[in-house]
Design a protein around this ligand. Sequence first.
Ligand code: SF4
Ligand code: FES
Length: 252
Amino acid sequence: MNLTLHVWRQKDAKAEGTLTTYVAPDISPDMSFLEMLDVVNEGLIEQGQEPIAFDHDCREGICGMCGMMINGVAHGPERATTACQLHMRHFRDGDDITIEPWRAQAFPVIKDLVVDRSAFDRIVAAGGFISVSTGGAPDANAIPVPKAAADQAMDAAACIGCGACVAACPNASAMLFVAAKVSHLGLLPQGQPERYSRVVSMIEVMDQEGFGGCTNIGECSAVCPKEISMDFIARMNRDLLVAAVKGKRIDE
Ligand code: SF4
Ligand code: FES
């Protein structure tokens, strides 16, 4: 396949970025999207040019490091698929592909396609630790967990923190991510003692970091590579309401 790429190039956080056009010749349809970028980068390095910076790690769809807007869609055209698991067979010979970084005030561009997602880490840190002493692994495993709660908690825990939900949302809201993180602990018995103070703390930091509010657009869930359901947002909002009734504060 021969492709034309329009890639966002930005030297650093302060520099002005621009879309730069590259040709990507002889691309195998069996390559992943990131392997295709590797090939382009090898060509750029051979020509003495700066390679395109992009985030990646596992390349197996499990770490959440990769992420870019591909033709305006977070992680590209395939549903429930990270950019690293997207294969070039989903494009056609001669295609033009526009590649941009996540766009959100809370995710400033570091370089090219790499953005700073440390705001997510600060939200998770605000969730704190659970205070329950579960003993050793056998004791923890002996705590009965209702099947429905275990299944839902596992669904929520599938979130890999990639940030596609924020990038896709017109409000740059992090509600889907935060709801997944709040819910996977809030559904389990071990997560109950801090269930309500946790939701207040995490949402407070989410707001401080500059993420927008949820207006039920649904694009977050549509682009989520782990298909996290918007039901978790409703669940988080219910917990937040209960927290308000209980008068929970961050340090409780
Ligand atoms: S909710 Fe989905 S899109 Fe958002 S960070 Fe988690 S895995 Fe990524
Ligand atoms: S590189 Fe780990 S999810 Fe894509």
